[in-house]
Design a protein around this ligand. Structure first.
Ligand code: MN
Length: 292
């Protein structure tokens, strides 16, 4: 069992943990193609983007109590790239990524991930600028500052292996779709919904236009969300990606957006065994600050 305290793991431990978690993701009992299909029993805890928010992750683990609730699943995405208010701040979110990998190693059948645009950017080297900084540069620099030039690069390669293993989406038996975001309504001609069912390796994820559109999309409408529900054969969609000042929102009748990256950070636990409606699910959203 690999377990880390808040202190930083050695490069060897971090690499071992990331590689083991990657293998567990590829071998996930619920994997079909490049997505997960969840069973019709138990409970699932959906989160929004974490962006290096250690305290919310600690509260999530406390709430989820996976050791005592074996039929409960937790879904994590966009753990990397911390908001850096000043030029003096450093991005230590790589330590959170390793902690999340360790969480998977500890509870392989209960902890699951979704591909996100920030993590995909770490994998492909795609530039994202925030507050005048290239976020992958700030991230890579802190990994190298932490582990040194040689080991730092080895840790970064293991992180890429781990990120490549993330499924693109999760579908539950009770007709809920989970993904980091949704494709823009203007790019549907390039979006191949059949990809989810197909087996895909690291190169497929890196090169996929569908994966890119799925994790980057921001322009949606009621009709578009309705059509996506039909395409995915679901009633409700839950995503992160779009910042929510109050932690969550319900838009376009069926789309619940969660944000877990700040003091109003929120999560949503729901039952996998019975039919659900967006408005009922929305009432179940809770904030991490409530968990003490
Ligand atoms: Mn995002």
């Amino acid at each position: 069992m690999i377990r880390f305290a808040r202190s930083q793991p050695s490069a060897t431990d971090a690499i071992e943990c990331l590689q083991k978690a990657a293998k567990l993701n590829w071998e996930d009992a619920y994997r079909h193609g490049c997505m997960l299909q969840m069973p019709n029993y138990g409970q699932l805890v959906m989160t929004g983007d974490l962006h290096g928010h250690f305290r919310n992750f600690d509260r999530l683990k406390k709430y989820a109590n996976l050791e005592r609730t074996p039929a409960r699943h937790v879904v994590l995405h966009e753990m990397v790239h911390k908001e850096l208010p000043t030029m003096q701040d450093v991005d230590d979110s790589h330590l959170l990524l390793v902690e999340c990998a360790a969480y998977k190693c500890e509870y392989p059948d209960q902890v699951h991930f979704l591909q996100s645009n920030h993590e995909l950017a770490q994998l492909t080297g795609y530039n994202i600028a925030k507050n005048g900084r290239i976020v992958i540069d700030a991230y890579n620099q802190h990994v190298i500052a932490t582990y040194g030039e040689r080991d730092g690069h080895a840790v970064l390669r293991a992180m890429e292996e781990f990120i490549a293993s993330f499924p693109l989406a999760i579908r539950t038996e009770n007709r809920v779709w989970l993904s980091h975001s949704l494709p823009d309504m203007h790019h549907m001609d390039e979006f191949d919904a059949d990809m989810f069912e197909r087996d895909c390796g690291r190169a497929d994820i890196e090169q996929s236009r569908t994966a890119f559109l799925l994790v980057w999309g921001r322009r949606h409408s009621t009709e578009h969300v309705q059509r996506l529900c039909e395409k995915f054969d679901v009633d409700v969609i839950m995503t992160g990606h779009q910042p929510q000042e109050m932690g969550s929102t319900l838009v376009f009748e069926r789309l619940i957006i969660l944000d877990s990256s700040h003091n109003h950070g929120s999560f949503l636990a729901f039952d996998l065994s019975r039919p659900v409606r967006a408005e009922d699910l929305f009432k179940r959203i809770r904030k991490f600050v409530e968990i003490v």
